[in-house]
Design a protein around this ligand. Sequence first.
Ligand SMILES: Nc1nc2c(ncn2[C@@H]2O[C@H](COP(=O)(O)OP(=O)(O)OP(=O)(O)O)[C@@H](O)[C@H]2O)c(=O)[nH]1
Ligand SMILES: [Mg+2]
Length: 418
Amino acid sequence: MNTIIAGIENNQANFDYTMEELAALASADNLTVVKEIRQKLEQPVAATYFGKGKAEEIKTASEIYDAQLLVVNDELTPTQIRNLETITNLTILDRTALILEIFASRARTKEAKLQVQIAKLQYQLPRLQTGKKDQLDQQTAGNAGGGYTNRGAGETKLELNRRVIQKRISNLRKELKELTKNHAVQRQQRQKNQLKTVALVGYTNAGKSTTMNQILALTGAKQSKQVFEKDMLFATLDTAVRKISLDDKKEFLLSDTVGFVSKLPHQLVKSFRATLEEAAQADLLIQVIDGADEHAKEMIATTEATLKEIGVTDIPMIYAYNKADKSQLTYPVAEGNQITYSARQVESIELLLELIKKELFKDYEEHTYLIPYDQGRYLDLLNQQASISKQDYLETGYLVKAEVAPKLAGQLAQFLSE
Ligand SMILES: Nc1nc2c(ncn2[C@@H]2O[C@H](COP(=O)(O)OP(=O)(O)OP(=O)(O)O)[C@@H](O)[C@H]2O)c(=O)[nH]1
Ligand SMILES: [Mg+2]
């Protein structure tokens, strides 16, 4: 569908970028952007969002470019949508509705579908009056002189619609809760097993799923199902969790999560909370960044703002600058908590894993133990759970040097051999 995208610029630093993003979002929704229109304004006009003149300009442009749809770079009020529709004769989609549509078209699993549906209904709830038909009904009622009863009936109908939607939201929430109950149980189980968790987070299309798949492939987690990766916005809507076993007996869980975009509708953030919980509960976050994109900085800011919104503030983070094969940078290179890499290169994935290990298992301790021969089960414990670097047979017992988790270190404290 031929589409005009339009936005108001009020000195925000990243306006150009959000307009580019809007164009990308429109394409992701299979819309054809034929024209971009901007207006410099301190503040949107309360009744029409754009100024009257600008709205007229949009109408003219729509005739020239044969456009049927106007996508606006902000969430609009019901009044603004109604009035703009009247002036321009176009169908109006605001940024929130556009993102909701994309999410709806991508949702595959029951859980994702429920989450999107809830977000959509929540978006509709305050907009119930906006339909042109309702407005006409009310006008007719006024003109007919029988205003009181008719208008009263109209309001009741609105109230009724509102209640119906609220009821649906609460039913869908119940259904979702039932569905996500399992996640919570699984998470508790993992916490009991003391498995550490790592979550891949970041801007949409940065390469999170590709990174996940390459880690799975490299660590021989062949039995694990690969996750869906594709060059499109919001390819992933569901959290996938996979167990990664390293050759030194260290294990952790890796999860892939939904990607972010600026001004991600709060309705979506809220209804995807169950899914995003995986990131909120992680021991370590890997923020995957498209390092070859000129807007990498804005994408990082967007990711951090969204993480803050879901209450993720103090989880250690690795900044993983991906797609280095598309830039001039040397790779793979790791420094501190940063890595420049390409998810398509094995050496890169190896280095990323090293970095993850260093951060995730930094509470592991290296000790030497002397275990008497009649306490062999402690040696079994070490064999099962720790990476042993040296083993000797002395007269008094096994002398073992190993890297152990804090809990195991506690159990073995009595055998410490300085
Ligand atoms: N050139 C290049 N392309 C990459 C690299 N990593 C990922 N890609 C491509 O980037 C696109 C997006 O990758 P995904 O892994 O689906 O990205 P994502 O972060 O999971 O995206 P969402 O799920 O939409 O949030 C795919 O076409 C990948 O093949 C890389 O290192 N180099
Ligand atoms: Mg993905």
